[in-house]
Design a protein around this ligand. Structure first.
Ligand code: PPS
Length: 292
């Protein structure tokens, strides 16, 4: 597929967005959620695919081996707001999903989530990743796909990210917004990439308790093995190798999967500037770990 021109950023109700995520806005805002839908929400590059695949295996790992080999994660867990050129529209993919529950992915800031998800009191899972690693991962992703605006070099991207001038806006607003929502919306399970990396089994147990699932020990072992970084990197259904418009020679989708990779990117001066800004912007009750 021919690569489209990189989209421009624009201010969309106070959040920097591109037409790839706003192009279907009316249908998105009137999307009809079902009470048993599960919404997986994250800031981009915070572990969406990891948690999506955990949920997919927990619910549907027993379905046909054919499905496991032939249906990519992007079709099992549609990206609700996406409208990429030449590819299925997110809302339409979600409407056509045959699984129950439907697992749906979004990067929307909390204030943009279609209202029927709230009206139906749907379960939601938010994954947060520490801002430094999140920034590094987003930078490499922007380099490898023309679906995102040109990131510039690392120095330039560092400033854009701090200013929130990247698609889906400020990391701080996103994470703070979802974190605060959890105080008034009990059906929101908030989790951290770093916790998942530290102890995947423990985090799967917490997820199961939130979802009311009781996998057997054998099923849990299978999920744990399937969602390891190397397993997902080597699995064509989860490594995005079937998704067009990605330049894997520039950077793989499943890149490093580490906590603390930011240390190989941040200069000492950037680290100081970042920490100063972070203190001012982060919700003081929210604690993210930049190393484990
Ligand atoms: S996207 O495009 O927003 O949906 O990307 P997302 O899936 O949120 O984030 C991609 C990063 O998550 C890492 N990842 C994992 N890390 C550890 N273990 C597993 N199983 C795993 N699966 C995905 C992926 O490698 C990207 O992070 P980086 O730091 O770039 O490697």
């Amino acid at each position: 597929m021919e690569s489209p021109a990189r989209p421009a950023l624009f201010d969309f109700h106070g959040v920097w967005m591109t037409c790839r995520y706003t192009g279907n806005w009316d249908a998105l805002q009137t999307f009809q959620a079902r009470p048993d839908d599960i919404l997986i929400a994250t800031y981009p590059k915070a572990g969406t695919t990891w948690v999506s695949y955990i949920l997919d295996l927990l619910y549907f790992g027993h379905l046909s081996p054919e499905r496991q080999k032939t249906v990519p994660i992007t079709e099992r867990v549609p990206f609700l707001e996406v409208t990429n050129p030449g590819l299925p529209i997110g809302t339409e993919l979600a409407e056509k999903l045959l699984t129950t529950p439907r697992l749906i992915k979004t990067h929307l800031p909390v204030q943009f989530v279609p209202k029927s998800f709230w009206e139906h009191n749907c379960r939601m899972i938010y994954v947060a990743r520490n801002a430094k690693d999140n920034m590094v991962s987003y930078f490499h992703f922007a380099r490898m796909t023309d679906l995102l605006p040109e990131p510039g070099d690392w120095t330039c991207y560092f400033q854009s990210f701090l200013a929130g001038k990247v698609p889906f806006g400020s990391w701080f607003d996103h994470v703070n917004g979802w974190w605060r929502k959890r105080r008034t919306y009990p059906k929101l399970h908030f989790m951290f990439y770093e916790d998942l990396s530290e102890d995947t089994g423990r985090e799967i147990d917490k997820l199961c308790s939130f979802l009311g699932l009781s996998p057997s020990a054998e099923e849990k072992t299978e999920v744990m093995s399937g969602v390891k970084f190397d397993s997902m990197r080597n699995n064509a259904m989860t490594n995005y190798s079937t998704y067009p418009l990605m330049k894997f020679d520039v950077s793989p989708f499943m890149r490093k999967g580490q906590v603390g990779d930011w240390k190989s990117h941040f200069t000492v001066a950037q680290d100081e500037e970042f920490d100063e800004d972070y203190k001012k912007k982060i919700d003081p009750t929210l604690h993210l770990r930049t190393e484990i």
